[in-house]
Design a protein around this ligand. Structure first.
Ligand code: MSP
Length: 519
């Protein structure tokens, strides 16, 4: 077993609504990183799950006329059901209503208390149930009536006054600023780094960390009139899933601190300010990186039930399948930016890069091998400079793309692999093996050999992105299961000439755009 460990998490999803494209996006992004690191030889722990406590979920359950737990059971299952069809390779799925999680929350609370960072007082201020967040006066604008203010996120805030425990967050301002300064990669992308640094520089208030006006939460140890504020509860999931002080298998030594918490840009504040402060107070290491993904709008509009433009996981699967959805979501916008999802663009990408790009490269090359090289991996009769240039591009992919993944520039990883696919397609045109068939059959075989080799490398590298299609391509090249890791993307583990190949089959079908939507 290798000692290289990698722990990546998605946000845990609120169960007040059903899963949609935004959730599939962040889970898929994390999945690509997890699969990448496994193939790069790491022990990977990939966590996702559901965030089930708090006033928002309690209200949704009440509306639905069921108990909070019954409500959570049902919606959490829907989030779980989305994973397999999108080929999500999570190692664990945590629910905040599980015993293991409650135990860790209470243990963490006691540590903060022991550090002298928790005190009882009264909270009086604005609260947005939609965001489950407290806002300062200076952040708000006037709402439709005197009782309501509007948060920068657009959420309605109401005045709340109740007894509450507080966390001494103000004490951690300088420590957090030091953390950011000494670790410029701690928060990404740069825009989030700047936003969070500026927010902390402007001064932090202590944070209200318990509620008394409802009971759907983890009880505060020693005072069960209070339940924990849903964010202290939710953030703790990242260590409860590692068995931190909850009697489960303790994996903290192996996987903590996390390499990356992948989060949405609107929840970076909780992850990059509150979470490290709690951890510092508990004398635990802070995560290595908080990376914020941007938001998708759909055909120019924010997704919303009222506009009826929510793209469901089912729609994505029906139209694009798992590979197509994964590819389109991650290739369309630079990771960290906001973007506009349109069916026209998705179809364009999938046809351009999967059907015409990798699909066509494999199909053309394998058909020529079937017709002109007896359906066997051809012999390499000596490599030309052009051959070596192309092969070297392919062999450079593992180290080149790992840099992108470590920086969470997921789109650059995709671009790098597809750059080689593009070069290989250009190579076929330039080498014109169909002409060589008569003129120089030995050279034709070498060209086909080089193509098969480049396809092998690109398909190995593409597995994290499009696991189904990439593995079908590797099947067609008869690559053994254990020879599909990145350690095999080099000249030492090339194809064996003479290996008999199956009859080639198309892997990535071309899609038609529904003409009504193109209009
Ligand atoms: N429960 C909290 C997270 C707690 S983590 C300790 C939460 N849940 S959420 O369900 O509202 O959002 C989860 C993630 O989905 C966020 O990272 C958010 O950015 C992402 N997305 C939701 N809609 C999205 C888009 N339209 N586009 C991209 N991602 C979006 O916040």
């Amino acid at each position: 077993m290798t000692d290289k460990n990698y722990y990546i998490t998605t946000p845990i999803y609120y169960v007040n609504g059903d899963p949609h494209l935004g959730h599939v996006y962040s889970t898929t992004a994390a999945d690509v990183c997890a699969r990448f690191k496994r193939l790069a030889g790491y022990n990977v722990h990939f966590l996702t799950g559901t965030d089930e406590h708090g006033q928002k979920v309690a209200q949704s359950a009440e509306k639905a006329g069921v108990s909070p737990l019954a409500f959570c059971d049902e919606v959490s299952q829907k989030f779980r059901d989305v994973l397999e069809p999108f080929q999500i390779s999570n190692d664990d799925f945590i629910r905040t209503t599980e015993e293991r999680h409650k135990k860790t929350c209470q243990a963490l609370w006691q540590k903060l208390e022991a550090s002298g960072d928790i005190y009882l007082d009264k909270y009086a201020g604005w609260y947005a149930v939609r965001d489950e967040a407290y806002y300062g006066d200076d952040e708000l604008t006037d709402g439709p009536d005197a009782d309501t203010k509007i948060a920068p996120s657009g959420a309605e805030c109401k005045w709340v006054e109740e007894e509450s425990y507080f966390f001494h967050l103000s004490k951690y301002g300088d420590k957090l600023l030091d953390l950011y300064k000494n670790n410029p990669e701690f928060i990404g992308p740069k825009s989030s780094y700047k936003e969070i640094s500026a927010f902390v520089e402007s001064g932090l208030n202590d944070l209200s960390i318990s509620r008394t006006t409802f009971d759907w939460g983890v009880p505060v140890p020693g005072n069960d009139k209070h339940v924990m504020y849903v964010w202290i509860d939710a953030l703790t999931n990242y260590i409860s899933a590692l068995g931190h002080e909850n009697g489960e298998n303790n994996m903290m030594d192996q996987y903590w601190p996390a390499n990356v918490h992948l989060v949405g840009k609107e929840i970076t504040r909780f992850h990059a300010i509150y979470w490290p402060a709690f951890l510092m107070s508990a004398n635990l290491p802070v995560p290595q990186k908080i990376y914020a993904n941007g938001w998708w709008v759909v055909e120019g509009e924010k997704m919303s039930k009222s506009l009826g433009n929510v793209i469901t996981p089912e729609t994505l699967l029906e139209r694009y399948g798992s590979d197509g959805s994964r590819y389109a979501l991650l290739r369309e916008m630079p990771f960290g930016n906001d973007g506009n999802f349109s069916h026209e663009n998705a179809v364009g990408r999938i046809n351009g890069d999967l059907a015409n790009g990798l699909g066509n490269l494999a199909q053309r090359s394998l058909s020529m091998i079937a017709k002109n090289a007896e359906g066997k991996v051809p012999a390499n009769n000596g490599l030309s400079d052009d051959d070596n240039i192309l092969l070297d591009l392919a062999y450079a992919l593992p180290s080149q793309t790992e840099t992108h993944i470590d920086a969470m520039h997921i789109h650059k990883y995709l671009e790098a692999v597809w750059h080689v696919v593009g070069e290989a397609n250009a190579y076929i045109d330039a080498q014109a093996p169909w002409k060589l068939k008569k003129e120089d059959p030995d050279r034709m075989k070498t060209v086909l050999y080089v193509l098969a080799e480049v396809i092998r490398c690109c398909a190995i590298m593409a597995q994290p992105i499009i696991p189904t299609g990439a593995n079908k391509v590797l099947d067609q090249l008869v690559i053994a299961g254990d020879a599909r890791t990145f350690a095999n993307v080099n000249a030492d583990s090339t194809l064996t000439s003479g290996t008999e190949l199956p009859v080639p089959q198309g892997v990535f079908p071309r899609l038609e755009l529904d003409t009504a939507e193109a209009a």
